[in-house]
Design a protein around this ligand. Structure first.
Ligand SMILES: [Zn+2]
Length: 460
């Protein structure tokens, strides 16, 4: 895909001997490829090639190759090799280790099967990510924001940073980090529905003050699964359970990839939360039996004590039909849309002062923002009123809202305040009355270009 196109996220487990198709050809040619998963590329047009680009290339040519330049260090459970700033590397390492505790807590009873050396490669630039993966490991990282791969040349979780919003990076890290963890417990034998369903379960979670806000979702995802159930377009559960990596990959390419991942996620959600947690133990037993070498169907029937998978499907459908979206993760997604929009306007020297003004200006320029999920793009369009509001949910005690205004510079340094007079920040955006936590956009000014910014969505 073109480097300046909007986002795409693809994610699939592949087994060797898989039929060669498109971008997977190279992967298929690799000998004894065990499993891999690609996630979350997120490139937005306004991060396109700049005038400094040629200069960058010259500088790049003059320095040592990434492999020699990047430092390696063990932090907690992970061996981290990276060329990013130590502060960022440490913060990502902390995030990874907190996620490790979450994976381990939920799969505590499973013994390790593969020797656990958890390698992580964090690249400052996505071109170097692609280059190192291709030349050192024979892996094609085109179009991916990160992946976990395991092949005879090595095993690692790899992802890149560049200008991606932190939330995108965290999604990749949490999703692919689960695949890496699962590989140490199951080898390549965890059925794709459970591997992807759990990876999405963790990928969508938000880590706040060392605690994971988990199990939440947006109206968009719920609607997609519900529509599929109502139109009878969902994948029958029996088929989901028995699909191997090869079938899963083929179906992702042929069918509705987003639905397949959403459905896997909803099945995990059902097993964890359905009927007040009634199935958690059986789900754990299912995973234990897979870990011990039984097939998916055998494990399911034994763990749930019944061969009647159709009855089980009925309960899953009922669960999905009454699922409620959550305000917090929906606000996270919409905040990302609003921040990307504010950044886009700032590039045209527009800094709105109210939410209404932000909305009007974004509409005037026809702003859209693309979220990627598994090869299917979801375009968020400024014409959609719902993107500017938050709804109440079980946790709300008051109607949550987005608030837009000038950035508070009272705590900024003198230098920063002077700089902001000449080169103003994009508009500030935050929530009010959002539970369990308020969120806001933090703008980070580029050190070399005072009019260039990136953003983080911060949880209070
Ligand atoms: Zn995945």
């Amino acid at each position: 895909m073109p480097a300046n196109s909007h986002s795409m996220q693809s994610c699939h487990i592949q087994s060797y001997n898989q039929p060669a198709m498109g971008a997977d050809v190279l992967i298929t040619r690799m000998s004894r490829l065990l499993s891999m998963c690609l996630t979350a590329l997120f490139v937005v047009t306004f991060f396109g090639p700049s005038a400094a680009h040629a200069q960058d290339i010259l500088q790049r040519q003059a320095r040592l190759p990434w492999w020699e330049r990047a430092e390696e260090k063990k932090i907690g459970h992970y061996w981290i090799k990276t060329d990013v700033e130590p502060e960022l590397a440490n913060s990502l390492a902390r995030h990874l280790n907190l996620m490790y505790e979450q994976y381990a807590q939920r799969l505590a009873s499973l013994p390790s099967r593969e020797p656990e050396k958890l390698n992580v490669m964090i690249f400052a630039e996505h071109l170097e990510y692609q280059f190192v993966l291709r030349t050192k490991f024979g892996v094609d990282g085109t179009g991916s924001g990160g992946m976990f791969f395991a092949n005879p040349s090595g095993t690692a979780l790899a992802f890149w940073i560049e200008n991606l919003p932190r939330r995108r990076i965290e999604h990749v890290l949490q999703h692919e980090g689960f695949h890496q963890f699962a590989f140490s417990r199951f080898g390549a034998e965890l059925p794709p529905w459970a591997n992807e369903g759990l990876a999405e379960f963790f990928g969508e979670a938000v880590l706040v003050n060392r605690k994971l806000v988990i199990g939440q979702t947006t109206p968009r995802v719920i609607k997609r699964i519900r529509d599929a159930i109502e139109l009878n377009e969902h994948i029958p559960l029996r088929r989901m359970l028995t699909m191997d990596g090869q079938l899963w990959g083929a179906q992702v390419r042929r069918g509705d990839a987003a639905l397949q991942y959403h459905q896997a996620w909803s099945m995990v959600q059902f097993l964890v939360y359905g009927d007040g947690g009634r199935y958690v133990q059986a789900f754990e037993n299912y995973l234990k039996m897979i870990n011990a070498g039984y097939t998916s169907e055998q494990s399911f029937i034994r763990a749930f004590g019944s061969p009647d998978i159709e009855a089980f499907e009925k309960q899953w459908k009922e669960f999905v039909l009454q699922m409620q979206p959550s305000a917090f993760v929906t606000a996270m997604e919409r905040m990302e849309f609003l921040a990307a929009g504010a950044l886009h306007l700032r590039e045209q020297k527009i800094v709105p002062e109210t939410l209404e003004e932000l909305k009007a200006k974004l509409r005037a320029v026809g702003f859209t923002y693309t979220l990627g999920a598994h090869g299917v793009e979801t375009v968020l369009n400024a014409d959609d009123d719902s993107l500017f509001v938050i709804f109440e949910d079980d946790l709300s005690d008051q109607q949550p809202v987005f608030a837009v205004g000038a950035i508070d510079l009272r705590r900024a340094t003198f230098r920063e305040r002077k700089l902001a007079e000449q080169h103003p920040f994009p508009c500030g955006i935050q929530t009010q009355h959002l539970q369990p936590h308020e969120i806001s956009v933090r703008w980070v000014r580029d050190e070399d270009e005072p009019d260039a910014f990136t953003f983080r969505i911060e949880v209070k």
